[in-house]
Write a protein that binds this ligand. Structure first.
Ligand SMILES: Nc1ncnc2c1ncn2[C@@H]1O[C@H](COP(=O)(O)OP(=O)(O)OP(=O)(O)O)[C@@H](O)[C@H]1O
Ligand code: SF4
Ligand SMILES: [Mg+2]
Length: 322
């Protein structure tokens, strides 16, 4: 459904300085999502998760690599690719408050993509919008209300209704519940899980909340400073994390069941700047298992086996440290 091949998104932030400054937000990411699966993407703030989601919809320019959606190469955004993309993939953002135009009724907001991309008008349009609201658990009474009359959870449901209006096959959900009250977060998650099953949707679910990803996603990728460091079945990754970064990330989770006594220290220090990337393994300055003379010099290769991937010298075939 979605394939990213060696995807790169670099932002030039030099401005008027003499030297060239480039933020390598996404720096060679390969991901493949099967049709109908929920795939989680986790990592610390600034690791490049949102940039991947936006690049898949061409909301940021792609610097390198390939983007394939539903079997079609959409790396270059010409007219045909754009049309295909708008109908196949949609994104749901973190903040439903700013995602809706405060001066537009819910009817107009949800109808907008239908008006832009289909010939549905008049009574048929109203009933289609009412039907979409019903799918997300809102009654017809909401049709002529304005965003300020809705709660955060209701607004996020409206955003979801609008995102599924054109019956996309792929939804990119970027922290869809983190701006909501804790009490409604689980309702929305439960609803998203049901929606995915009912409509056979493919999800790229972006979150820094590991528990949420565990609840919703069958597979997960862990991102650090622009690269994927580990990938696999969610349960396997959570039960037996291999990459030292994944281990540290799990250790940092404030849920007692995720903390294992033998997993080394939690994350230390700050994530380095993506403008000035560390040499060798990007995690070496913070890694408790770093091999001196290797991890600070040699970039660890991806080691793939079936559905799993780990990018760490501890798992390279010719174990350099021992
Ligand atoms: N338009 C942009 N111009 C310059 N730098 C950017 C731009 N968008 C993102 N970045 C930088 O790219 C890096 C990755 O950002 P991104 O928003 O993808 O991270 P994230 O993993 O989604 O983080 P968070 O969990 O905080 O949402 C950050 O260092 C960010 O500052
Ligand atoms: S490659 Fe080295 S520094 Fe990087 S995670 Fe593995 S052990 Fe740690
Ligand atoms: Mg983000």
């Amino acid at each position: 459904m979605l394939a990213l091949e060696d995807l790169k998104v670099h932002f030039d932030v030099s401005r008027r300085r003499r030297e060239r400054l480039v933020v390598k937000a996404v720096d060679g990411v390969t991901l493949r999502l099967r049709k109908g699966e929920a795939f989680g993407l986790v990592g610390e703030s600034g690791s490049g998760k949102s940039t991947i989601g936006k690049a898949a919809l061409h909301l940021v320019p792609i610097t390198g690599g390939r983007l394939v959606i539903a079997g079609e190469d959409l790396t270059r955004l010409d007219r045909a690719a754009e049309k295909k993309l708008r109908r196949t993939a949609q994104m749901i953002f973190q903040d439903p408050h700013s995602a809706l135009n405060p001066r537009m009724t819910i009817m107009r907001s949800v109808a907008e993509p239908l008006v832009l991309h289909t010939a549905i008008r008049g009574a048929a349009l109203t009933s289609r919008v009412a039907e979409l609201l019903e799918i997300v658990g809102l009654s017809r009474q909401f049709l002529y209300r304005y965003p300020h009359e809705l709660s955060g959870g209701q607004k996020q449901r409206v955003c979801i209704a609008r995102a599924i209006a054109l019956e996309p096959a792929l939804l990119i959900l970027d922290e869809p519940t983190s701006a909501l009250d804790v009490s409604v977060q689980s309702q929305i998650l439960e609803f998203l899980k049901k929606l995915q099953a009912d409509l056979g949707l493919t999800y790229l679910f972006i979150s820094h909340n590991l528990a949420v990803v565990r609840y919703l996603c069958r597979r997960v990728a862990v991102m650090y400073l622009g690269v994927i460091v580990e990938e696999g079945e969610t349960e396997a990754v959570f039960e037996n994390p291999r990459h030292p970064y994944t281990q540290a990330l799990l250790k940092a989770v404030p849920y007692p069941q995720a903390v294992q006594p033998d997993r080394g220290p939690p994350l230390q220090g700050d994530i380095p700047s993506p403008v000035d990337l560390p040499p060798g393994c990007r995690f070496h300055q913070r890694c408790p298992a770093a091999i001196p003379g290797v991890c600070d010099i040699v970039v660890p290769p991806e080691v793939r086996s079936g559905d799993t991937m780990v990018r760490c010298h501890l798992f390279t075939a010719a174990d350099p440290g021992h």
